[in-house]
Design a protein around this ligand. Sequence first.
Ligand SMILES: Nc1ncnc2c1ncn2[C@@H]1O[C@H](COP(=O)(O)OP(=O)(O)OP(=O)(O)O)[C@@H](O)[C@H]1O
Ligand SMILES: [Mg+2]
Length: 223
Amino acid sequence: MSSLVDIKNVTKIYRTVASEFHALKGVDFHLAKGEMVAIVGTSGSGKSTLMNIIGFLDRCTTGKYLFTNQDVSNLQEKELAQIRNKKIGFVFQSFFLLPRLNAMQNVMLPLFYRGTDSDVAKQKSLNMLVKVGMEKFAHHKPNQLSGGQQQRVAIARALVGDPEIILADEPTGALDSKTGQDVMNLFAELNRDERRTIIIVTHNHEVSQQCQRIVCLKDGKIC
Ligand SMILES: Nc1ncnc2c1ncn2[C@@H]1O[C@H](COP(=O)(O)OP(=O)(O)OP(=O)(O)O)[C@@H](O)[C@H]1O
Ligand SMILES: [Mg+2]
């Protein structure tokens, strides 16, 4: 299987004027195309830090990051932003939909940032809303949707740009267990039927058990 993420001996130090904090202490992480992996660990163990590095939202302090076999450790911010926009789809615990935009417009956003023609963007967004079962709600604003429905829209937004990886940080954390399971079923379906590569950070044992592989972090190290 082809390699998507190859992280070698990565550290992350958060520095403030008064102190420094070692959030990752030499982490190795490998991800192949088509995998569905859970990252687990107690609060503060470095899960989001690792996800942010994988998703080009932050940089490691030391170590090496190969993305699709390309060394991205030393790329400029602009180049990282381009990779992020094209290759990574994000799903967060609190959905992060823009409140003034309706579901369809929220899904269109990544394409808008890429400069995609608006008719093409609309069609693609509608297709994604169909995929997550939300086409009837295309013109609803986030505050007119339940938590589970908002998360489905957020997943459609993550998928619309056809990313290499979907990074989901506690995607079921704000949902009741039934709705959370619906969201997990959707991820499992995307992985199984479309070979989507997915990383899910979770505290929830039932969620991690539905992934093919579990990576555990403790105090900034793989455990
Ligand atoms: N910007 C920052 N500046 C300083 N310290 C930070 C910063 N971001 C995170 N940390 C610290 O790094 C450690 C790891 O944080 P991280 O957010 O990766 O944890 P996590 O495993 O995602 O936790 P949770 O399950 O609570 O989301 C924590 O101790 C946190 O306080
Ligand atoms: Mg976190």
